[in-house]
Structure formats: C-alpha cells, structure tokens
Write a protein that binds this ligand. Structure first.
Ligand SMILES: [Zn+2]
Length: 311
C-alpha cells in the first residue's frame, strides 16, 4: 500500500522551468539534468515495484527527514512487519569502475560514492527510529535500476542490488511472511508527519521576471511552444505533437508562474504577458475566473488558487 506518493522536488520543477526560459550555466545545467535523470529512475523503480510487489507492506516515497541535526533524503521506504527497507535508487547509465572508495565513470569523472551515501542515510534513519522509541530492524539497499549500468570491480556487498539482481530481490520481498499491525501504520503516519517539505540546501540560479522568456511551455518536450493559436480548443506542439486543452495549458502556466514568482499577483494582464501568444484576454479571463478565486474588485483585483496545491 502506498502511503506517500512521489512527486518532483521544488528544485527540479524550478530548474525545469528555468531551463526552458533562460540559459543556465554549465554547472546549473548539469545539476538539472542529474535531478531529471534521478527522478526518471525513481519513477521507473515505482513502476517496477508496483507491477511486481505482491506482498503486504507500506511504501513511503521520497522522504526528506532530519535526524541528529542533519537532513537526509530517502528515495523509498518499505515497511514490513519485522524489517524497514531503506532503498536508495540510482539511475546510473553506462560503464563505471570502483577504485577503493572512489567511484568513477570510465572516462575518469569521479562521482559521489553511493555506498557511503547509503550508509549515512541508514545510520541517520536508525538514530531517528531510536530517538522516537521504535524497535524494528532496518535493512538498507542500493538499487541500480537502469539495465544499461555496469560497474567494474564491484564490491562484494549484499546491500547493492544490480539490475540483473532485481528479480531475485523482489522474490525475496514477496516470499517474506509479514503481518502488519497498527504500530506499523503508526510509524508510517509518524514519518509522513515529520518529513520536511524542501531541502534548505538547494541552490537555485538567480533569475528575474524580465530576463525569462515568456510563452506556454510544452508538457511533452519541455520547450516553449511557437505560434500557438488559442482560438483552437487544443494546443498542439509543433515539435513533438503533444496536445493539451487550452484551459489546462494555461492553468499549468499560471502554476508555473506562481511557483517562480510566489510574490507576484496573478492578474489577467500579468498572465496575458506570461502566456505570450494567447490571442485574446477574454479567453484568458474566462479560464482564470472559472478556475481561480478572484480577490477584490476592479483594477487592484487578482486571482488565487482555490486551495493550496497538495504536496
Ligand atoms: Zn512538445
């Protein structure tokens, strides 16, 4: 049973939007691509897990927690009756090698040692359980989800699950006899209640409104759509063919705008400029008034979403 679903981090969503609307430095771009790739891997893991896991268990995805004054991230947690599995998911692709504690791509670029990352999360998580008085064992696994990953000189370490071992790992989970009780539910709810929203350590590029390119982005290929004709009911991306209802595309753009500029007011004029290419303000006004709450009257009025976005 999924107790907490996965969603993109605020950092990834912001970087995705900025990457479409401004040029990122090489470092920012590589951070963005890493986050995007990591998220795709996690989604792939979720799909694989959902299809194959047939046992009883509580699943909590992407938890940002704090223990011992340190913030750490858990990609997936599976609570069974006697063991909590802490799963770190990696979407590495291509050939890598290990030299002692150093992990490198074959071209020689050193990456963060994922085993050390796993050990750190594991010990912080054990400490957290201990601090709250939970007595349950923890097993941490490093899961390489991408079938195109290969590691030369791999360590003999049973906590690593390589792509060719995924099926056997799942068999092991499915064969466990498990009997969930109230205390397991309590633990799951407790973890959700103490999770942090966003990491305070994310470093975003500097950006301002004037510098960003305006227009509606395509949800299919993450580029700005050219020559949109909002008189049609459907917007079609000329690059990838993705189709979206006009109201849905506009509301997505409004959410993007308010994510990038939480302090700016949503008005027909600002959104008209933001969604560059929409032919008439009338269309826009209709969509905004049907889907958002209008605050105030006349010129100083602005819109807000009916309710906060679920997280
Ligand atoms: Zn597209």
């Amino acid at each position: 049973m999924i107790i907490k679903t996965r969603s993109e981090s605020a950092e990834l969503m912001l970087l995705r939007s900025l990457s479409i609307r401004m040029s990122l430095s090489e470092k920012e771009r590589s951070n963005f691509l890493n986050l995007e790739k990591g998220f795709k891997g996690e989604q792939q893991f979720d799909k694989w897990f959902e299809t194959n896991f047939s046992n009883e268990g509580l699943i909590l995805n992407d938890l940002l927690l704090e223990s011992n004054n340190t913030i750490f991230q858990i990609d997936s947690l599976l609570i069974t009756s006697d063991v909590v599995y802490l799963l770190e998911i990696k979407n590495y692709e291509g050939d890598f090698y290990r030299d002692g504690d150093r992990w490198c791509t074959l071209s020689g670029n050193e990456i963060k040692n994922p085993l050390l990352q796993l050990k750190r999360s594991e010990s912080l998580f054990r400490r957290l359980l201990q601090d709250f008085g939970y007595k349950i064992s923890v097993e941490a696994n490093l899961i390489f989800i991408n079938p195109e990953f290969f590691l030369y000189q791999a360590p003999l370490n049973p906590s690593i699950i390589f792509p060719s071992q995924l099926n056997r790992f799942m068999d092991k989970l499915n064969k466990k006899s498990t009997n969930l009780k109230d205390r397991h539910q309590k633990l799951a709810k407790h973890l959700v209640s103490i999770k942090l929203k966003d990491s305070p350590y994310t470093r975003l590029p500097d950006y301002c409104y004037d510098q960003l390119e305006k227009g509606i982005s395509c949800g299919g290929c993450n580029t700005l759509m050219d020559d949109i004709d909002a008189k049609e009911e459907i917007l079609e991306c000329k690059k990838c063919g993705n189709k979206e209802d006009v109201p849905a595309a506009i509301l997505r753009s409004v959410r993007e705008f308010s994510m990038l500029f939480p302090d700016k007011k949503i008005t027909t004029n600002t959104i008209y400029e933001w969604c560059k290419g929409i032919r008439t303000k009338r269309t826009l006004q209709r969509i905004l008034s049907q889907n958002l709450n209008l605050i105030g009257f006349g010129r100083p009025s602005f819109y807000i979403f009916f309710q906060a976005k679920p997280d």
